[in-house]
Ligand binder design. Structure first.
Ligand code: HEM
Length: 161
């Protein structure tokens, strides 16, 4: 195994995860609560779309880098059989979180969610932002549990025997 390239993949993986999940944390704990407090629904929709729109491009890039570096590490370690071992639940969790975000960012948001958000936010902004805030919290918590499991697991602490 080429040690330098493997280590580089790990560095890219962790930096991409920091930027990506850190951004999700910022949107969830700071930006959506601030947008909810804006007076008019026009301001709420416009501000949210501008900020999330910019973050969406960053998230697309960092998600892609996380996936490429992650699958490269699995390939170098020849560790595909981990998918068959429940002690490596954190490998399943990483893959699941990655698939969820890839689907949302590359498929659902551009095709469905964007229009859906606009229509619902126009007619019922309070409920729309509440549902969206909740969805962000769920994805953030799932990502944090995954990150904790991945750091512990890749250093030999599996949590399950
Ligand atoms: C398709 C998606 C992904 C694949 C294939 C993948 C694969 C991997 C692999 C093979 C490792 C090294 C394991 C080891 O050394 O035994 C790793 C480490 C790690 N991954 Fe992922 N990963 C993916 C997505 C994610 C996501 C979405 C997150 C965070 C939410 C994440 C966070 C981490 C962390 C924190 C580490 C540990 C780094 C360290 O402590 O050095 N990964 N990943």
């Amino acid at each position: 195994m080429e040690f330098e390239t493997y280590s580089l993949a790990r560095v890219v993986h962790v930096i991409a995860v920091i930027l990506w999940i850190g951004g999700v944390a910022m949107v969830t704990t700071v930006i959506i609560p601030a947008v909810k407090k804006l007076k008019s629904k026009e301001d709420q929709i416009k501000t949210f779309e501008e900020i999330e729109g910019k973050f969406s491009l960053q998230a697309k890039i960092t998600t892609l880098l996380t996936g490429l570096s992650g699958f490269y590490m699995l390939f170098e370690l020849d560790a595909w059989s981990r998918y068959l071992d429940y002690r490596f639940w954190w490998i399943h969790a990483m893959t699941l979180v990655w698939i969820l975000f890839t689907l949302v960012l590359y498929v659902l948001e551009p095709l469905v969610l964007h229009k859906l958000f606009r229509n619902y936010a126009e007619s019922n902004p309070v409920k729309t932002f509440r549902i969206m805030h909740r969805a962000h919290w769920i994805l953030l918590l799932l990502s944090l549990i995954t990150t904790a499991g991945a750091v512990a697991g890749s250093h030999g602490w599996y949590w399950f025997k």
